[in-house]
Design a protein around this ligand. Structure first.
Ligand code: SAM
Length: 325
């Protein structure tokens, strides 16, 4: 089992399949990315390379893989990518994070390819505000895709980044929505990155304040599984849905870290906010998953105790699209 020098074990791999995104979320890529760039030009990991990475991690005890990005659905070969992960029988959970814009037309194919879980980014339930935050008038696509995912039995979660100036006033609407909608709605605390310093200063909201309010209103914490994501989840008997809180600035957030990341170009990132990624592309391309696993085992010793976001250090991370949130 993959274990670092602080005794943390890594059951969960977040694998970016592209660093290109078609949205222009104001907290992430306000200028957009992708215009004039092609997926081919960036040479993301191929299907065979993804299969090698997954075999290596599976042999080290990884049980859950999430495909992320950029926007993973921009990959024309997303279904073969999903199948390549699914081919490893040690991977018990296959998940994806998406902005949802292709969901209505593609979720059936993803489900057939073996997808178990989907996280859809919906930062506002108000169409105009959604447009304002993301640069796209496509809330309807995300919501109808979500509905279809639920109908297919895919475990669906919704991600909403808490933004003081843009969606914080919507908290009651979000709560009213999950009273009837059986999804886990995860409020993510805005993280400071290299590119969003000013935006962060005016928009960061502490998720722990919301948590205190929830506990006061009778929400109870769900027990975590060992491959669970970073959210602390809460349920309430009057609500069909749950609430998750992702609070990277809270004390001890990193103590329960169980995940590692690989970039679309095959770099191992020991933390979302690490100073650098370790380039494994050559080794991945060689296709020897045993050698790759041995290399990853060596690198894991360099994982530090925690990120230094509190001190304002954001490592090499200019935005989360580079690596996947
Ligand atoms: N394109 C996909 C999507 O929209 O979900 C996957 C990539 S996106 C980078 C993954 C998640 O990171 C999204 O839920 C997004 O809202 C979140 N995110 C991006 N930048 C963030 C930031 N600075 N702080 C907190 N969450 C952020």
């Amino acid at each position: 089992m993959l274990q670092d020098s602080f005794g943390r074990r890594f059951y969960y791999l977040r694998l970016s399949v592209t660093d290109i995104c078609n949205y222009r979320c104001n907290y992430c890529l306000p200028e957009g990315i992708g215009c004039g760039r092609s997926l081919e030009g960036e040479k993301p990991l191929t299907v065979d390379e993804v299969a090698t990475v997954v075999r290596a991690f599976a042999s080290l005890g990884t049980e859950k893989v999430r495909l992320t990005g950029g926007e993973p659905s921009l990959r024309k070969d997303l279904v073969p990518l999903l199948e390549a992960v699914r081919a490893s029988d040690r991977i018990r959970r296959l998940a994806i994070t998406t902005n949802g814009y292709r969901l209505p037309s593609q979720i059936d194919d993803w489900h057939r390819a073996g997808l178990d879980q989907i996280n859809i980014s919906i930062d506002s339930l108000d169409p105009a505000r959604f447009h304002h935050i993301t640069g796209h008038d496509r809330l309807d696509k995300a919501l109808s895709g979500l509905e279809r995912a639920l109908a297919l039995g895919v475990d669906a979660k919704v991600n909403a980044v808490l933004l003081r100036e843009y969606n914080f006033s919507e908290l009651d609407n979000f709560l009213a929505w999950i009273r009837e909608t059986p999804v886990t709605l995860r409020f993510i605390e805005l993280m400071r990155t290299g590119d969003n310093r000013e935006f962060f200063a005016s928009n960061h909201v502490a998720g722990t304040d919301i948590e205190t309010m929830l506990v006061r209103e009778g929400w109870q914490q769900v027990i975590r599984t060992r491959d669970a994501g970073p959210a602390r989840e809460y349920f309430h008997p009057d609500y069909a849905g749950r609430i998750g809180l992702i609070t990277p600035y809270s004390k001890d957030f990193c103590a329960s870290c169980n995940r590692l990341r690989v970039s679309a170009q095959g770099k191992l990132h020991l933390c979302l906010f690490a100073d650098q990624g370790f380039d494994m592309r050559e080794m991945i391309a060689a296709g020897d998953s045993d050698a790759l696993a041995a290399h990853i085992r060596e690198l894991i010793g360099g994982k530090s105790a925690g990120h230094e976001l509190h001190e304002g250090f954001t490592g090499a991370t200019r935005n989360l699209a580079m690596l996947g949130g």
